[in-house]
Design a protein around this ligand. Sequence first.
Ligand code: CP
Length: 325
Amino acid sequence: SRHLLSVEQFDRAGLERFIRVADVMQPFASRQETTRVLEGAVLSNLFFEASTRTRLSFGAAFARLGGTVLDTTGMTFSSMAKGESIYDTSRVIAGYADAIVVRHPDEGSVAQFAAASNVPVLNAGDGAGEHPSQALLDIYTIQREFSFLGKRIDGSHIAMLGDLRYGRTVHSLARLLSLYSELTFTLYAPTQLEMPEHLVELVRSKGHSVEICETPAHAMAGADAVYATRIQRERMGEAAGAAFNEYRIDQAMIDAHLPSDALLMHPLPRDSREGAADLSSEIVSDPRLAIFRQADNGVAVRMAIFTEALSVSHLVARSSSPVPW
Ligand code: CP
């Protein structure tokens, strides 16, 4: 089956082809055009963790393709709450559905679902592991917005800020960006939340420059895109109560340090609570703020994932060769 578990399944050529398929899906995502290419197909959307964007945009994408969505959420919706194994659960659900989307708090668990399933299993986030559909929509957004600005990803400067240790979206995005050439990465993370060393080394080994910065302002100076992330307290165990207040991106900071043609991105949710270390919710109308365009792109990108996973892209995109992932 065409499971999507990790961005490591993509090479540069495959990623560029995927982006073209997502472009073809845009008018169908916004209902300027319609298709019923997945009529009669059933999606099992299994979310063992909270989600707004990923769950609903996977569901919307499948519905926009004409399919039916079985949507579940929480830790108690399935008989796993009675001790049933991932293997048995996945094996049974694969008999009811044509594709399975899974978000689960344990790293590696979605791969266990895939091992038991003869229909495509798509990783919607596995603990602190990966979030490949998010990274694909992030890359898609960067590529699309850079092209409006006359820029390219090759040779660009990307700043990553926030919780770079537990943030799975940033792990997947760093891997995908490393497929491009000669990028400059500037990283800022509060103490204890730094990017894992193996990922920094992986990015450097592909010929990119990585600078670890002491302040968010230093990291964003001169950037073409800033990718900010929420502090992932739910993954920290005993350290979850710690204060990380030195990190907060507000309007004054971006006015002072962010270039006028830069993108300000965030996978969302951003933490709007008083004193939270994150991208401030006061920033809503700055044209550099790409977060809602980014979230909107999730539907077209996930339509591309479904049509590729279920081998029907050619019926919508009139391209004959599947994306190699
Ligand atoms: N970006 C993202 O994964 O958001 P949700 O947790 O709301 O799905």
